[in-house]
Design a protein around this ligand. Structure first.
Ligand code: ADP
Length: 461
């Protein structure tokens, strides 16, 4: 059973982990897929804007200007740097037109993420009719000129196009017709800002449902495991209870059988002492059996079924009396001390039930190894309650069991505690009695040092 349920829990947790991993993988895949479609969508939106005839005419504004600058360069009227400077300046001016057009186009495309566009010239060379080539830009790899769009760092961008504009340009050089061949390489990059956020936003429905499902499955699993363990514990407790009660019944029954045998066998005939002793044994065992049965019967009572007949009485005197009466049944070697305050505050309770509760605690204190038991009574002003404590120097209760000891049928099942007889009902019943009085009971204990049970009964004014 132990192994089976452990395997079951282990299996369930493993399955949950596997399911979570699969779900995580699927979400990741969807994310990657979205990312791809997102890039393709952005690219398409850009292509649409960029290929519009207006953009083409905007580009010709700097191109025409640049060709004129090159003619001046060829005629030695401008230096290389001046040509590039002019190109930069012209592109800057033209770019303003482009940016307006671009923003309009992107807004119209319905693509809602912020996509930056950048077109840069990276290589410009001219060759003359004899094939002599001059590189104006791009000899140095870092050189580039922003033509259109907004500048951004290279790592954030995705290259979407490389293009080369080539033209054989006729011009007049020192009064003579000449031609130069232009090679003008440019790159287009795009950069989608906050695209992770935009995708997560798109996937938010899926993510929320996944998280909810996950929480639901974890909750279900937790609930099932919790229930399984609870059922297992109940089953164990019931088995323990049956073993305990069989064990408890065996001793009085065999003693009874011996005593009746003595009486019926004729051995005791004419021996008054023997007869009386046998009868006394029968009586004692009878009482013991009755007590056992009472205990089992009482245990079926919850605190709501306990019918209290309350009265107001002097608690100091009452507790003193209960302890004194209990002392009469004590064997040698056990000392019970009292520290009872004379409070003068009346207690409103059922004396029969309350004494049963205190006697249960005293019986346990001695049963579980106490040789010195201290009973105290005082008023707990902070809690506005009567406070009764029973402290022993017995075997104590390990902290991990303390929260269970008031449960029905619960017995601490450590190896050495098997030696103590019981049904696991005493503290349960005591707890029910105190609850019926709207009070509380709790324990503080240290293993091998002893335990203190504290009862608080509210003061009723
Ligand atoms: P029972 O004594 O019949 O087993 P109880 O309900 O009275 O049942 O007690 C429940 C468990 O709490 C006991 O089995 C015992 O392990 C533990 N216990 C109760 N009182 C004490 C005590 N004074 N010292 C140590 N252990 C205690």
């Amino acid at each position: 059973m132990q192994l089976k349920s452990k395997a079951l829990i282990f299996g369930a947790i493993l399955t949950l982990i596997a399911l979570t991993a699969i779900q995580g993988y699927l979400i990741y895949n969807t994310y990657e897929l979205k990312k791809k479609t997102f890039t393709v969508d952005a690219r398409n939106a850009i292509a649409k804007v960029y290929s519009a005839p207006e953009v083409d005419s905007i580009m010709w504004l700097y191109r025409n200007d640049f060709l004129t600058q090159l003619e001046a360069y060829k005629n030695n009227k401008l230096s290389k740097e001046q040509v590039l400077f002019q190109l930069r300046k012209k592109a800057e001016a033209v770019n303003l037109l482009f940016i307006d057009r671009y923003e309009e186009g992107m807004a119209a495309s319905g693509f809602d993420a912020d996509v930056k566009f950048r077109k840069t010239a990276s290589y410009i060379a001219i060759s003359d009719s004899l094939g002599n080539k001059e590189v104006l830009l791009g000899a140095n790899r870092q050189d580039s000129i922003l033509l259109l769009g907004t500048d951004f760092v290279e790592e954030g961008g995705i290259l979407i196009n490389n293009s080369t504009w080539t033209i054989d340009h006729d011009y007049e050089r020192s009064g003579m017709q000449d031609t130069f061949f232009l090679e003008f390489k440019s790159h287009i990059h795009m950069n989608i800002l906050n695209w992770e956020l935009a995708i997560v936003k798109e996937l938010s429905g899926l993510l929320i449902i996944s998280v909810l499902l996950f929480v639901f499955v974890v909750g279900l699993l937790y609930y099932s495991i919790h229930n399984l363990l609870k059922q297992k514990r109940i089953a164990e407790i019931k088995t323990d209870f049956i073993n305990n009660i069989t064990h408890e019944l065996k001793t009085p029954l065999s003693t009874l059988s011996l005593a009746t045998k003595t009486l019926t066998s004729g051995h005791a005939e004419g021996d008054a002492e023997m007869t009386n002793e046998a009868i006394a044994i029968i009586n004692r065992q009878n009482i013991r059996l009755q007590r056992l049965i009472d205990q089992v019967l009482q245990s079926s009572l919850g605190y709501k079924q306990i019918q209290l007949s309350k009265e107001a009485f002097n608690a100091s005197l009452f507790i003193d009396q209960v302890v004194e009466d209990f002392k009469l049944s004590l064997q040698n070697g056990v000392a019970i001390e009292k520290e009872i305050d004379t409070t003068g505050v009346l207690m409103n309770a059922d004396t029969f039930y309350l004494s049963t509760a205190i006697i249960n605690l005293l019986t346990n204190a001695i049963k579980y190894g106490g040789t010195r038991v201290v009973v105290t009574y005082s008023i707990d002003r902070a809690k506005n309650s009567h406070r009764i404590t029973v402290t022993d120097n017995g075997i104590g209760i390990s902290e991990k069991y303390q929260k269970f000891i008031f449960d029905k049928f619960y017995r601490v099942s450590e190896k050495d505690t098997h030696n103590y007889k019981g049904l696991g009902l005493g503290l349960y019943y005591t707890h029910q009695i105190i609850k019926a009085h709207h009070g509380s009971i709790y324990v503080t204990s240290k293993e091998r040092k002893g335990s203190t049970f504290i009862i608080l009964i509210p003061i009723v004014s």
